[in-house]
Design a protein around this ligand. Structure first.
Ligand SMILES: Nc1ncnc2c1ncn2[C@@H]1O[C@H](COP(=O)(O)OP(=O)(O)OP(=O)(O)O)[C@@H](O)[C@H]1O
Length: 562
């Protein structure tokens, strides 16, 4: 697993150094305890007893410096790891196929980003545990030195406590997993609420139900589990904490009488046990952290497997950029949706066709007939289930999909306008190409440039957003343009203008256009019409004669006007 590997690699480098530092610091701490004990029971230190105060100060200073160095190093390591993990998830996401992205869904990605935060804290937790272990080890050595029987008693009590903890922790782990699943569905309902806010405002029943039956129900369950888990943890902690008093009682009242231990030794025993409470508490609070890390790592592992990256192969299999577009060929290309959750299956039957440069193809058919699925295959968003797609005669394999997609501009039905100018378009008034596109889309008075972001403002109507999306697509200056129901939101006048003026104009510029459309009154504006029905191409008609006829009529009209 990549995350765990990175964690181990990064930790390994740090661990060797930190272990030495940790051992040194812990020995200093334990030394401090022995020093205090010896002073209380008036046993002088074995060397330079007259300078014991100087030793005391030296140990404290050394421990302080060591701790500061240790903590600073840990802060850096933790933050660097957090950064690396977050970037790793984003990088994997960026390189994942659209199919994988669709399968995972936004909610799990949000949760995964939170999981990286849990993993990032592992080295610190581990080092704290390690330091505590050393202190515990040294303290026990000291206890065994003072009274082996008393120390044995403490060890037995602690082993019982540990077993009690681990058994209870198993039950808690199940609850934590359940909480994570609830979190995923919570994000899903939240997305419904945020994206469907308008729809919620339009239906009281809907509004009540999403709130009461889904969001609140989910949160109540989440809260109940959280309370239950926290109470179990608290019970564990209280049991642990109060067990110390039992141990202290045994040391105070049982040991001196039963085993004839002197009051000095009893005092040293008591102080050591009080000193042990801190490090043991650190170890005990580690158990929930360990459980959380385990769950986060398992979930991240799952996401990582789902986000199967394709970047390794990309550089080797780049398409020839210089070669102009000639054709795209589909050979026995099929696609298969098998949505088990929703018990939904759809098979797009073998497609065999060739798209030549300069064609204007309309893809038509009823709802659910497979047009958009075909569009996703054509744009390289989906990899064929069977068969192959060829670009200029070259079969497109998985590693080339991104480069293949990069040859195509697309405006999807659910088009999204980015908030920043990621394409680095030259959005300036002196960019003639831009002004020509804006003129063609009749948006001179509508578009406002946000100078700070170097992007056009997004607060446009749906139809206007589609026009802006097409302007951006044209600025990409690619040879192939795929449009999915682009004209659906345009008013009748602009729709007519789009089919009769814009598309022919783009063809004249040498563009190849594949438009998914239901506008059958404009079918004569295509050079070819492909019709889908129930996941199958039922007709693929060359429409060039019709197109030429309507083009001639258009030219005659223009001449007439002038
Ligand atoms: N992500 C998906 N998972 C499972 N099934 C899907 C998925 N996307 C689409 N489908 C199914 O595939 C079939 C074809 O869908 P597609 O979107 O290609 O149809 P379409 O012809 O574009 O329809 P429309 O004209 O309504 O946009 C539909 O039956 C749909 O339910």
């Amino acid at each position: 697993m990549n995350f765990i590997k990175t964690l181990l690699n990064r930790s390994k480098k740090a661990m060797g150094f930190m272990l030495i530092l940790g051992i040194f610091n812990s020995i200093l701490n334990a030394g401090l305890l022995i020093f205090i004990n010896n002073t209380i029971i008036r046993e002088p230190i074995p060397f330079f007893p007259e300078y014991d105060w100087a030793f005391f100060i030296a140990i404290i200073l050394a421990s302080l410096l060591c701790s500061r160095f240790f903590q600073t190093y840990m802060i850096r390591l933790t933050n660097n790891l957090l950064f690396d993990f977050e970037i790793m998830i984003l990088k994997k996401l960026r390189m994942a196929s659209y199919q994988d992205f669709e399968d995972i869904g936004n909610e799990k990605i949000y949760t995964a980003i939170n999981d990286t935060k849990v993993l990032g804290n592992v080295p610190e937790v581990f080092m704290n545990a390690f330091n505590s272990l050393i202190v515990i080890f040294v303290c026990f050595g000291y206890l065994f030195y003072i009274s082996p029987i008393g120390a044995g008693l403490v060890v037995v009590t602690m082993v019982f406590l540990l077993i009690f903890y681990l058994v209870r922790n198993n039950a808690i782990e199940k609850e934590l997993n359940e909480r994570r699943d609830l979190q995923n569905t919570y994000y899903q309902y939240l997305a419904d609420m945020l994206h469907g806010f308008k729809e919620l405002k339009m239906g009281i029943l809907r509004n009540n139900n999403i709130f009461n039956k889904f969001l609140v129900k989910n949160r109540v369950k989440g809260k109940d589990i959280a309370i239950d888990t926290s109470i179990k943890y608290m019970d564990n902690e209280l049991t642990g904490y109060y067990s110390w008093y039992i141990i202290l009682g045994i040391v105070m009242f049982v040991l001196p009488g039963a085993f004839n231990i002197s009051s000095e030794k009893t005092t040293a025993f008591l102080i050591t046990i009080l000193y042990l409470i801190g490090p043991v508490a650190v170890l005990i609070t580690l158990i929930p952290t360990y459980t959380m890390v385990k769950i986060a790592a398992e979930r991240l592992n799952l996401i990582e497997q789902m986000l199967d990256p394709i970047q390794d192969k990309i550089e080797k299999t780049k398409l020839n950029d210089a070669e102009p577009f000639k054709e795209i060929q589909f050979k026995n290309v099929t696609y298969f949706y098998n949505d088990e959750e929703r018990n939904q299956k759809f098979y797009l039957q073998p497609i065999n066709l060739t798209i030549k440069k300069g064609e204007i193809i309309f893809v038509t058919g009823g709802n659910g007939s497979g047009k958009s699925t075909f569009g996703n295959l054509l744009t390289g968003l989906y990899k064929p289930y069977e068969g192959d797609i060829y670009y200029n005669g070259l079969p497109i394999d998985r590693g080339q999909l991104m480069y293949y997609s990069d040859k195509i501009s697309a405006v999807f039905t659910t088009n999204y306008i980015f908030s920043e100018n990621y394409d680095e378009f030259q959005l300036a008034a002196d960019n003639n190409e831009l002004t020509a596109h804006i003129d063609m889309m009749k948006m001179q008075e509508i578009l406002h440039l946000n100078e700070e972001k170097n992007a056009f403002d997004k607060n446009l109507s749906k139809g206007q957003q589609k026009r802006l999306a097409l302007i951006y697509a044209l600025l990409e200056d690619k040879e192939i343009i795929v449009l999915d129901e682009w004209a659906a939101e345009q008013d009748p006048g602009f729709r007519k203008y789009f089919y009769e003026e814009i598309l022919p104009h783009l063809k004249e510029q040498g563009k190849t256009i594949i438009a998914i459309t239901h506008d059958d009154e404009y079918y004569d504006k295509a050079t070819r019409v492909i019709k889908f029905n129930f996941g199958k191409i039922v007709s693929d008609k060359d429409n060039l004669a019709q197109f030429m006829k309507s083009k001639t009529q258009r030219t005659i009209k223009q001449v007439g006007k002038s």
